[in-house]
Design a protein around this ligand. Structure first.
Ligand code: 13P
Ligand code: SF4
Length: 312
């Protein structure tokens, strides 16, 4: 064990010494968001990874995010503090099954949410995130049949938003399917003046009652710019850190989860695998290192770059 180490001080020192950039998602624990060089949503993190001049990228997020950063930076070292930090949504789309599904629909173009493996990206025409999905989908002619994978909730929401009939892969995020409508109704009774805002990975019944739907950065911007003073927030609990920091005078209430857990809101166990200690060890030993097969990366980078180009 390493009980006497000042992790924050050591992480800062190692970052400087190794010319490393620390990128963190809004779902990371508060302490990691605080020392990160950049905190953002999936799109902003991919954009940042694409243009960094650091020698090393340390990704405080989950595997698909670090993998995307590696695909964009094949010559740089990309580190993820815990290789087990996966994603239920990415796991819900196995490449062999998806390849067979795609084969059955040869006239369809494939739009995939960035929360998927490099193998799935390699089978896609374009990647998207929740902040640019609408724009990406609108870039196809109206009569172009599309497959959307892997998130059925986001796909269903986008079908309604765009008036399309995209074929949806049946995947989902456990965190965003954990909200309890029953508990939410009770909470609303206590706070009738609160506005429900939700991430589009949430289920249709949640999105139906939400007053605003958006990506993590969309939700943050909405709260900051709204005249409302009270919000119930349906996304992963990590976002509360930034939201409360930006809005000290507003009341921010996490949407309740079905299962009673310690914070009575929804937490992503994968995002929460990263700790200051793991971050320190990862910077010190330059491990675990993310590697992507060169041939696979060559195919996967095409739809990622198409997304970055369309998002300018
Ligand atoms: P965004 O930050 O792009 O909204 O993504 C949310 C998410 O679930 C990441 O895993
Ligand atoms: Fe994956 Fe959901 Fe966790 Fe995001 S919140 S990393 S989509 S499991």
């Amino acid at each position: 064990d390493t009980p006497n180490i000042d992790y924050i001080k050591e992480i800062k020192r190692l970052k400087k010494e190794k010319n490393a950039i620390l990128l963190a998602h809004y779902y990371q624990i508060d302490a990691i968001q605080e020392i990160a060089d950049f905190v953002g949503d999936s799109l902003a993190l991919a954009q940042k990874a694409a243009k960094t001049d650091a020698d090393m990228i340390v990704f405080a997020g989950v595997h698909f995010m670090a993998e995307t950063a590696k695909i964009l930076n094949p010559t740089k070292q990309v580190l993820l503090p815990d290789l087990l930090a996966g994603c239920s949504l990415a796991d819900s789309c196995p490449p062999e099954k998806f390849a067979a599904f795609k084969k059955k629909h040869p006239n369809h173009k494939v739009v995939t949410y960035i929360n998927c493996s490099a193998e799935i990206k390699a089978l896609s025409n374009v990647v998207c995130t929740s902040s640019n999905a609408r724009k990406i989908i609108d870039s196809f002619p109206k009569d172009q049949p599309l497959i959307f994978a892997p998130d059925r909730n986001l796909g269903d929401y986008l079908n309604k938003e765009t008036g399309r009939n995209m074929l949806l892969w049946d995947g989902a995020c456990i965190v965003h399917e954990a909200f309890s409508m029953e508990k939410l109704i009770d909470l609303y009774k206590e706070h009738p003046d609160a506005e429900l805002i939700a991430h589009p990975e949430s289920e249709a019944h949640m999105l139906k009652v939400a007053k605003y739907i958006g990506s993590t950065s969309g939700l943050l911007n909405h709260v900051k710019n709204s005249k409302k003073e009270k919000f119930i927030v349906a996304t992963e609990a990590g976002i509360l850190y930034q939201m409360m920091e930006e809005n000290p005078n507003k009341i921010i209430i996490p949407a309740p989860a079905k299962e009673d857990n310690t914070c009575a809101c929804s937490e992503c166990a994968y995002m929460k695998m990263n700790t200051l200690k793991k971050l320190y060890l990862c910077l010190k030993h330059e491990l675990p290192n993310i590697e992507v097969d060169k041939e696979l990366a060559k195919k996967a980078i095409i739809p990622i770059e198409r997304m970055l180009e369309l998002s300018k």
